[in-house]
Ligand binder design. Sequence first.
Ligand SMILES: [Zn+2]
Length: 110
Amino acid sequence: MAFQFRVVESAAVYPARCRCGSVKAPLVDTLINDALGRLYVCSRCVAQMAALLGWTSPEDMSVREVAFQQLGATVARLGRELAEAKAAQLTVVDVEELLRRAREGEGVAA
Ligand SMILES: [Zn+2]
């Protein structure tokens, strides 16, 4: 069974800080009391713990989201370029057809 933690803006119970010494809000109040007092965990320590477990930090998620958006833009650009290339290819076919018709016209005239 997991502990029920809560987020607090200030630590009210001794030692009123994370075990790393930080009092920076928000803090997780574990509601656990041991020989050193109430166990609070600051967001930096939570981030370190989460990273050890392979979880992604909000900063990493932001970087990944930007990269994902850039990849999406690249895919969209490549799609447009492919469509333009296909259109250009059709234009070449059209030009060849026009040239063929023009040659036929010259042949008829000659
Ligand atoms: Zn801490």
